[in-house]
Design a protein around this ligand. Structure first.
Ligand code: NAP
Length: 277
């Protein structure tokens, strides 16, 4: 009698030691009693392709991909989902039984699920969203907000050309503001999203003036270290509903886990605690 295979998955990055994904997936594997493993893998860009092509032969059913590989992996996957193509990056790989490697991007899904859970009264049609930042995370946020039906995205980034580039990808529902005028976007915003790394431990604070915020505006930050950024703290003082970035990290992990290990995990208090350990 042959024993069942133990499914393996992991996260590939360079560096990787800071990643919270092994804690999140490890928690779910343990609490769900699944015999499987999820490990961090530090892989230099030059070795990425070799490693990816070897993993399925070693019993891996998939992997997460993080910085700096999220774009390069698009060329290695046999095909990518529509949402990954739109975002221009892959964060989840599925090694299929037919030998094909599928790339997906679950960041936008994770962002939206976190928002819906943390601000259940927010509706996409409520009004424009102000997005600060135009890096990789902003692309996933904008794609998911437009797909959900947000009427307009007001976008501002320190390096304006990156914001203009996103407008050319996502079209005329995106309006670009100069970085020095970012505060003006907040007057009309039903939702404010910080996708910059500002406010993160070790980085400068976000200095956009927040006096335009109304208590009806929902404010969310992708930064999750610290959990309560200055942006969220100030917004809370003004009476806004706020949503921290840890939930996005947890929710974006759900589709991969379900696909690899066959059970949909819960994003609950215990999972949040495990991610923070
Ligand atoms: P990225 O592609 O490197 O983009 C960084 C963004 O921050 C750019 O818009 C950049 O503006 C801006 N920025 C950096 N330093 C700045 C400064 N001193 N002043 C003004 N703007 C500055 O990074 P990313 O992948 O988009 O990630 C952005 C943040 O989101 C990170 O903190 C990351 O940890 C977080 N994140 C969280 C989740 C989650 O699950 N919660 C998921 C993804 C990302 P320029 O274009 O002008 O450089």
């Amino acid at each position: 009698m042959s024993l069942p295979k133990i499914p393996l998955a992991g996260v590939i990055g360079y560096p990787i030691a800071h990643s919270k994904s092994p804690k999140i997936h490890g928690h779910w594997l343990k609490t769900l009693g699944i015999q499987g493993a999820y490990i961090p893998m530090e892989v230099e860009p030059v070795n990425l392709k070799d490693v990816i092509l070897t993993l399925p032969k070693m019993g891996f059913v998939g992997a997460n991909v993080t910085l700096p590989h999220k774009e390069a992996i698009m060329e290695i996957a046999d095909f990518v989902t529509d949402r990954a193509a739109l975002i221009g990056a892959v964060n989840t790989l599925i090694f299929r039984a037919d030998g094909k490697i599928q790339g997906d991007n679950t960041d936008g899904y994770g962002f939206l699920e976190n928002l819906k859970n943390g601000a259940p009264n927010w509706a996409p049609q409520a009004g424009p969203a102000a997005v600060l930042g135009a890096g990789g995370a902003a692309r996933a946020v904008i794609a998911s907000l437009l797909d959900a039906g947000v009427p307009e995205i007001m976008l501002s980034n320190r390096t304006r050309v990156r914001a203009d580039r996103l407008k050319s990808v996502f079209g005329n529902r995106v309006t670009v503001y100069d970085w020095v005028q970012a505060g003006n976007m907040l007057d009309h915003a039903a939702l404010v999203v910080n996708t910059t790394s500002l406010g993160m431990i070790g980085k400068p604070e976000l200095r956009v003036p927040l006096d335009g915020l109304s208590p009806d505006t929902v404010v969310t930050d992708l930064v999750y270290a610290p959990l309560k950024t200055k942006l969220l703290e100030t917004a809370e003082e003004l009476g806004c509903v706020t949503v921290d970035g840890l939930g996005m990290l947890l929710h974006q992990a759900v589709p991969g886990f379900e696909r690899w290990f066959g059970t949909r995990p819960e994003v609950d208090r215990a999972a949040r605690t495990a991610a923070l350990l």
